[in-house]
Design a protein around this ligand. Sequence first.
Ligand code: NAD
Length: 274
Amino acid sequence: MITHLQDTVTLSNGVKIPGFGLGVYKVEDGDTVIHAVSSALKNGYRHIDTATIYDNEKGVGQAVKESGVPREEIFITSKVWNDDQGYESTLKAFEETLEKLDTEYLDLYLIHWPVSGKYKDTYRALEKLYEEGKVRAIGVSNFHVHHLEDLMNDCTITPMIDQVEFHPHLTQSDLRKFCQENNIQFEAWSPLKKGRLFEDPTLMEIAETHGKTVAQVMLRWDIQHDVVTIPKSIREKRIVENADVFDFTLSEEEMKRIDEMNRDERTGSNPDTF
Ligand code: NAD
């Protein structure tokens, strides 16, 4: 379990990913994303999660450059979008991503969604990029167990990460177990359920016990489950608040109470029907 903001988790290939990062989904490119990423880096974050479809890789790259933090100390993830899937088109999309981020390499490149009939070719492109040293780790996002099994039947390099929706209303226990058994790091998107659980009585009660906010309790629950987490905020105050989760511990009983909130309820699409 990570014990401070810059602590890392070691992936199956030995690469270390900071267990806590900033997500920038739907953050406008330009000043807004630059401000968010700069605030995060200034306050100790070392992991930024973007994607081609977020259309803000340029601003992320600029904020990284201007931060004064050496590039090799920052972990940058991006994802190949559905329209770009396929072998050649993924290689091309990757080059565009590097160009926008204004960087020589990516730390992690993910297949954003399991586009049927295409994700195996897309993944072959990721394996090539990995072998060429252009990306330090590769993986997938929004893959169910059956997608992972199907991919793993054919690929050479087992995905190092599966990034999926995860919060107290969607606890993904079967997928987490599968990932653990196969040395695939589980990573949470929408760890705050996009802000929709802040009035939940169980979470409010636990938060009050610890003198913390509901957001902090939700993120602490990720950490204690060894789940890499990437909450989004564009406000410095919340960026700081979200990372202030290393000075308290949820008891076993509190962890269990949160686990039991599961409803298999998604805010995003189901990967089988997106
Ligand atoms: P989230 O669960 O992180 O919630 C973010 C929202 O919660 C913010 O917009 C803000 O309104 C609110 N918030 C954040 N901190 C708060 C605080 N301390 N107090 C009060 N409100 C607060 O939602 P998300 O952005 O959907 O997910 C996080 C990241 O995961 C994304 O930014 C993106 O990087 C990634 N993501 C990936 C996928 C994928 O398909 N791989 C899909 C969605 C998101």
